[in-house]
Design a protein around this ligand. Structure first.
Ligand code: A3P
Length: 324
């Protein structure tokens, strides 16, 4: 086991929690987990203790401004890519020319766009501020709902998201993963007991909000962005009030952003091949294949069917469909 992998495990194992969080945890439903010893169910969604502490802290202290941009996703649904794209498009006038000094070339997207539940939301000094979160709609800090800040939600099909989680957790080599079978993990995922799960409820709540409040929440599908990045990056820019001009498009600004933020480009940068985040996670863990339908390499037909059945039950009558 490498040093960085032990560091993250150690951090999780040795984390100390506030009295408020300890008291709350003792009153919450809990379930065995492959990420931490237990996940706790808070406001209908499941969290390991360190993340629960971050959710409570951000609910109390995060103050959104009208100009803020909040990027939301379920884990492994395209968060890293969305952070890179939105950072690049918002700061395109400062950093694209010359490209050689672009912050994304020396910083992992997670270092440029902090998670609000990661206790790092006081650190940004640019405007507009861009934050990210995996917090479900119902548990967002009140100021996000009450202010005019914009929310972009990135959703991915559950089988690819699950497989991405599986490979990500294996790459972290957490002690809780030892001996864990993929069957057990699919079963937990379908029960809703995964980090920030139930996965389906998470997407559905944001999708409904995007239908009812389209100026507040833009709902984006990872797969559609993969297939038509130009259209989607333009839509995101329009939603955020910074549309590309025809001149910018003719001059290749849009294409430069897409190329800069591509999986192929970002994954080969030294900072993403060899770097570590402040929590000790290796940055390379965030880049793998990025395929649509890549789940078929990892899931047996039976496991895929288990996830499909859950999807069918969860979405029944909602009018919402995942990409595939
Ligand atoms: P796979 O594991 O299927 O390859 P997140 O950023 O939410 O943690 O999601 C990680 C998933 O997004 C991984 O999927 C990863 O390969 C993919 N990904 C990371 N950066 C990307 C990029 N720039 N473009 C497209 N996909 C990307």
């Amino acid at each position: 086991m490498t040093k960085s992998k032990t560091t993250l495990s150690k951090l999780l194992a040795e984390a100390k929690f506030s009295q408020e969080c300890e008291e709350l945890m003792s009153s919450l439903p809990k379930d065995r987990s492959f990420f931490a010893e237990y996940l706790y169910q808070y406001q209908g969604f499941w969290y390991p203790p360190n993340i629960l502490e971050g959710v409570l802290y951000s609910q109390k202290h995060f103050q959104a401004k009208d100009s803020d941009i909040i990027l939301v996703s379920s884990p492994k649904s395209g968060t890293t890519w969305l952070k890179a794209l939105v950072f690049a498009l918002i700061h395109r006038h400062e950093f694209l020319t010359p490209l050689e000094s672009h912050p994304l070339l020396d910083n992992n997207p997670h270092s440029l766009v902090p998670f609000i539940e990661g206790f790092q939301f006081h650190t940004q000094d640019t405007s507009p501020k861009i934050f990210s979160t995996h917090i479900p709609l119902r548990s967002l800090p009140a100021s996000i709902k009450d202010s005019s800040c914009k929310v972009v939600y990135c959703c991915r099909n559950p089988k690819d998201a699950f497989v991405s989680i599986w490979h990500f957790l294996k790459s972290l080599m957490l002690k809780e993963m030892v001996g864990c079978t993929i069957e057990e993990m699919v079963s937990g995922f379908c029960r809703g007991s995964s980090v920030y799960g139930p996965f389906w409820d998470h997407a559905l709540e944001y999708w409904k909000e995007s239908q009812e409040n389209p100026d507040k929440v833009l709902f984006v599908m990872y797969e559609e962005m993969r297939e038509q990045p130009r259209d989607w990056v333009m839509r995101i820019a329009e939603f955020l009030g910074c549309s590309f001009t025809e001149e910018e498009i003719e001059n290749g600004v849009l294409d430069s952003i897409i190329k800069l933020c591509s999986l192929e480009n970002l994954s080969k940068l030294e900072v993403n091949e060899k770097g570590k985040l402040v929590n000790g996670m290796e940055t390379k863990a965030f880049f793998r294949k990025g395929e649509i339908g890549g789940w078929s390499d990892t899931l047996t037909p039976l496991l895929a069917e288990e996830i499909d059945k859950t999807t069918e039950q969860k979405l029944f009558g909602s009018g919402f469909r995942f990409f595939c």
